[in-house]
Design a protein around this ligand. Structure first.
Ligand code: ADP
Ligand code: ZN
Length: 628
């Protein structure tokens, strides 16, 4: 058993303070401890008067403003021995004093114990009380007792930064739009609530569940809901918090976490971002990270160390299951894996319903319509959207959230805060042409998503924006669609160049070009959509330091590499030529639309199409309309 200095301190301090009490007591004048003659025996007032009558009283010392007296009296029953007795007196003493004087009794009056003394005592006490209180507080915060990320007095010692919620208060009803995941996890609740049912037939209860999905899809929420439904405590920590500068800290955090969890079983341990600690060992630049590996090893040891039936279930979340160390995925560890995807349109509607519960919506607001407008939004995005709309509503002093606020909130969630409109200038004109370049291609190229609106109002990083009605994610995208997107993304630069000339093109297209290159490269290396043929030459791109990816990056020769580059260039050049051609062919309508855009700042998609249709044929777009 190791006793850290903190524990010793905690034990010695109360002792010091108690000692302080006694020390205080020894100096205070009280009738109970006059010198070493302590009058421990009491005498009643009546008896005292009786003694006075009989002349047995030799001396009287008055205390407490005459409310207490220590009396020396001769007791005939005890061979006339002199006794010191304490008497509580009924009230003021003048009469008694005149009586004592009359009887020639020795008496003395001791100054009343002034209240200042009490305050003084209290004042003296406040310091140690505060001191010990403060120490206790610090100790609590920094100790394993969950309750905060405190780390005072945490000099290099391992202190878990996990948090515990005794009751999460989250139920499955609060999680929407991820039905499959919910169904899979329903069983985990039963593991926690009725383990006997499984152990009775010899079943081993799984220890770990891995939730896989992008951020904001509700993985934390799900884990909390499991704890909430089962009525068990919820411990949580983030993988990135395990990984510290100092070797050994992470590992001891894991140890502390499991120790605490065992004391509170049955319970849920939730490890967010487990990939931060659970990455493939021995990978990455520089041969891996000692600290991380120690932490991971400790985690594996702890998981193996408890039986599946102790009532602890570990739920971990990640977006990168591919980089996880295979040891984590072995049976008996995180052998259950549950995919948590962004919701589809029906799921989005359900999430909106959950979050609209406590919001005031105007009657005309249709959650259905919002769900339709928000493909790709995660649960967190939708929650954020409704909250932004509510804030806007309050700011505009309206009774309930209207579609106007919803639209503004969607824009804000997608593209960031709106800035102040640009002043009319040459650069505003150039930005208008740039955006119109995107929009005109979006309208005239058949496989492009339709234009929703064009704006010249800055938002986030962008000076102007062209909004496209997002297609519901159907999972598959055709070659023609990707080419249309590349052409559309090049539309901005093409417009700049065709209208203002080579010398005037701007940096505004930087972001567009990045996307273009990405899409074209993936066509060649991942989707087999080039003359190189149906080959997968690269796995999903990822950061080098993630380890595994690094090894798989170049599975091809130098020669193939240069052929990839050539193919990418061909695709982009071809699309760019197309874009420039469209600009030249539609110069008249573009000029007219630019004037309109500068005047109005926003052109709606429908109006845009009508104007273009006056000049040229606008292809019908068939967009997949999902059923709710
Ligand atoms: P993750 O852990 O997957 O990153 P969170 O669980 O932290 O996501 O989600 C953040 C917030 O977004 C939640 O607290 C909740 O308000 C909202 N949210 C996310 N997904 C859902 C969902 N499926 N149903 C309801 N709300 C959700
Ligand atoms: Zn652009």
């Amino acid at each position: 058993m190791k006793l850290s200095w903190r524990v010793i301190l905690l034990w010695t301090l109360p002792a010091l303070v108690i000692g302080f009490f006694f020390w205080q007591g020894a100096f205070s004048t009280s009738p109970m401890n006059m010198g070493n003659n302590t009058a421990s025996t009491r005498m009643t007032y009546g008896r005292f008067l009786d003694y006075l009558d009989k002349g047995r009283v030799q001396s009287v010392d008055l205390f407490d403003g005459g409310r207490t007296a220590i009396v020396e009296a001769v007791d005939p029953e005890l061979d006339n021995r002199v006794q010191r007795l304490r008497v509580d007196l009924p009230g003021n003493a003048p009469e008694l004093i005149s009586r004592l004087r009359g009887d020639n009794v020795n008496f003395d009056v001791h100054p009343p114990r002034n209240d200042g003394a009490i305050w003084g005592l209290l004042g003296n006490l406040i310091f140690p009380v505060l001191l010990i209180g403060g120490l206790f507080f610090l100790f609590r915060r920094s100790s394993n007792v969950p309750g905060g990320p405190g780390q005072a007095m945490n000099f290099g010692k391992s202190k878990a930064r996990f948090s515990m919620e005794a009751k999460t208060g989250v139920m499955f009803d609060d999680v929407a739009g991820i039905e499959e995941a919910k169904e899979e996890l329903q069983e985990v609740v039963t593991f926690l609530k009725k383990p006997e049912r499984f152990t009775a037939v010899g079943a081993k209860i799984p220890k770990g569940v891995l939730l896989i999905g992008p951020p904001g899809t509700g993985k934390t929420l799900l884990a909390k809901a499991i704890a909430g439904e089962a009525g068990v405590p919820f411990f949580s920590i983030s993988g990135s918090e395990f990984v510290e500068m100092f070797v050994g800290v992470g590992a001891s955090r894991v140890r502390d976490l499991f120790k605490k969890a065992k004391e509170n079983a049955p319970c849920i341990i939730f490890i967010d971002e487990i990939d931060a600690v659970g990455r493939q060992r021995g990978a990455g630049i520089g041969g891996g990270n000692d600290e991380r590996e120690q932490t991971l090893n400790q985690l594996l040891t702890e998981m193996d160390g408890f039986e599946g039936n102790t009532g602890i279930i570990i739920i971990a979340a990640t977006n990168r299951p591919d980089v996880l160390d295979s040891a984590l995925l072995r049976p008996g560890r995180f052998d259950r894996q549950v995919q948590v995807d962004p919701p589809d349109i029906k799921g989005r509607l359900e999430v909106l319903q959950v979050h609209a519960r406590n919001k005031k919506l105007a009657p005309e607001v249709s959650l259905d319509a919002i769900a339709r407008r928000t493909p790709g939004f995660t649960g967190a995005d939708l929650a954020n959207l409704l909250n932004e709309a509510a804030i806007l509503t309050a700011r505009r002093r309206k009774e309930g959230i209207t579609m106007l606020e919803i639209d503004d909130a969607v824009d804000r969630v997608v593209a960031g805060m709106e800035g102040t409109p640009l002043v009319d200038s040459k650069s505003k004109r150039l930005i208008a042409y740039h955006e119109l370049g995107h929009a005109i291609i979006g309208t005239l190229v058949k496989n492009h998503d339709p234009v929703q609106k064009v704006t010249l109002i800055p938002r986030g990083q962008a000076q102007g924006l062209t909004w496209f009605t997002p297609a519901e994610d159907q999972g598959l995208i055709s070659r023609a669609q990707i080419l249309a997107r590349i052409t559309g993304a090049l539309g901005g630069r093409a417009a700049e160049q065709v209208i203002f000339g080579d010398a005037e093109v701007t940096t505004g297209a930087g972001n567009d070009l990045q996307q273009v290159t990405n899409m074209a490269r993936q066509m060649v290396t991942r989707f087999g959509m080039s003359d190189l043929g149906p080959l997968s030459l690269e796995s999903q791109q990822g950061e080098v330091f993630l380890g595994r990816d690094w090894m798989t990056r170049s599975e091809y020769s130098e020669e193939i590499a240069s052929r990839i580059d050539a193919q990418v260039r061909t695709i982009v050049e071809h699309c760019y030529d197309d874009a420039c051609r469209i600009m030249r062919e539609n110069r008249t309508v573009i000029d007219r639309l630019v004037d309109l855009l500068i005047e109005k700042e926003t052109i709606d998609g429908e109006e845009f199409r009508q104007i273009v249709a006056e000049y040229t044929e606008v292809p019908e777009k068939e967009q997949y309309v999902p059923q709710i």
